[in-house]
Design a protein around this ligand. Structure first.
Ligand code: HEC
Length: 145
């Protein structure tokens, strides 16, 4: 009896989780605040796009970030494993709201005395930077020119 009750309870919980799967709150928890509000389709890593991403990264992000080491901002290679692509891109495009209101951003803000500001890049550029992170994470090296 007890066992079947537990089974029933877990079924109800699973149904509950599935039913709430698309709620805004759960989306934000997993993917952050920002303009990306739908799942991105990722294809094979594109090395040309990764190279463009590296150039954008060098201009807009490298003052505070490296992929492999922590400088005034966190090392970014592992975000590919730790976070969803949508989270990384939302954070890139909308750092203030995420560092102020998202639990992950709040924790990072406590750890880092620097503060990320809006770099003004657009969605395509942020996606290219993410491709560079994916490339680097896979090859442990920069894309070749
Ligand atoms: C002025 C320094 C600065 C610049 C420029 C900057 N960042 Fe940041 N970034 C930070 C700091 C500090 C944090 C952590 C705390 C916070 O959000 O302020 C952070 C956090 C992040 C995170 C979240 C990391 C995680 O673990 O989830 C991502 C992703 C990120 N930055 C990407 C970028 C990208 C991409 C660029 C360039 C377009 C960039 N940042 C430019 C300082 C910077």
């Amino acid at each position: 009896m007890k066992k079947s009750f537990h089974f029933l309870l877990s079924v109800i919980i699973i149904i509950g989780i599935t039913a709430c799967g698309n709620s805004d709150e759960q989306w934000v928890e997993e993917h952050g605040y920002g303009p990306i509000t739908d799942k991105l389709e990722l294809s094979e890593i594109d090395s040309d796009l990764a190279l463009q991403g590296k150039q954008i990264f060098d201009s807009y992000c490298a003052a505070c970030h490296a992929l492999n080491s922590q400088i005034s901002g966190p090392a970014l290679r592992r975000v590919v494993d730790k976070r969803t692509p949508e989270f990384v891109i939302n954070y890139t495009l909308n750092p203030r709201e995420n560092s102020e209101n998202h639990p992950i951003g709040q924790e990072l803000s406590e750890q880092y005395s620097a503060m990320m500001f809006d770099t003004g890049i657009d969605k395509e550029e942020a996606i290219a930077i993410y491709e560079y992170m994916r490339y680097y994470n896979e090859h442990r090296a920069d894309p070749e020119e």
